[in-house]
Design a binder for this molecule. Sequence first.
Ligand SMILES: CC(=O)N[C@@H]([C@@H](O)[C@H](O)[C@H](O)CO)[C@@H](O)CC(=O)C(=O)O
Length: 296
Amino acid sequence: MFLKEQLMKKLYSALMTAFNEDNTVDLQGVRAMVRYNIDVNHIDGLYVGGSTGEAFMLNTVEKKAIFKTVIEEANGAIDLIAQVGSLNLEEAKELAQYVTDLGYKTISAVTPFYYNFSFAQIKHYYNEIVKDVDNQLIIYSIPALTGVSLSIDQFAELFENPKIIGIKYTNADFYLLERVRNRFPDKLILSGFDEMLLPALALNVDGAIGSTYNLNAKRAKAEMVAFDAGDIQKARDLQQVSNDLITDLIQNDIYPSLKLVLQELGVPAGFCKEPMSHPNPDMIAGAKAIYTKYLK
Ligand SMILES: CC(=O)N[C@@H]([C@@H](O)[C@H](O)[C@H](O)CO)[C@@H](O)CC(=O)C(=O)O
């Protein structure tokens, strides 16, 4: 089991999934992205099977193949968190057992979405996912995509289960983040919006998980170091450049653009899965410009 100290102020890439043009999973591309994160980004860990991994569009067999490939390729070099949450609770439980058996030390699960579940149902979902596995879980809270906002008292109720150890906090509500941080000093809070890394650091999060760290980890790490050293102006300057990069990525369609820029960096990141876009000439030109401006 991880102790909180072992995960402090760490940077995690939200791992992408490489797809072939026909929308099948390209496991060689997945391996290449794991390697790039370890060898070039010097990342502390990977969040596998999350939004950036396009996991909510994958079937169980594909998810298992990715979890297996990633842990094999990482071979103990970095922390791995497996996002197993699913609207199909049976699938979530099956994946929780599967990744635990593979050796993942931490799991995570998105709040169940779409059906407007009550808090009692959400609590049941989390307790069921961890019930039979010897593992610990981080709640994945991303209200902008799920429509599910948990209150501080609801987080407290979920934390009554000792296996629930933290939150992947992808939320622009910094008032709630401050409240959560101070009410649960021993819980892991990992910030999820890359463009808000600096204010999240100011509120003493334990680290960050994000999509853009797949290619911008060096700058984000430098920002974390500057912040820790008290060089706030340097941290601001770095966040400003990162946010220019993130703005350009979003304007160019972020998920395919992340993959296109990785290809410029020599990583065969493949395609996104439809209905995500496949690249068109304008998008390819935009990604090349982003690479040249921020990463060359
Ligand atoms: C919706 C989304 O993709 N959010 C990203 C961010 O890294 C996001 O792409 C970035 O902050 C740009 O907005 C992460 O929070 C998601 C994430 O870590 C994951 O589950 O893959």
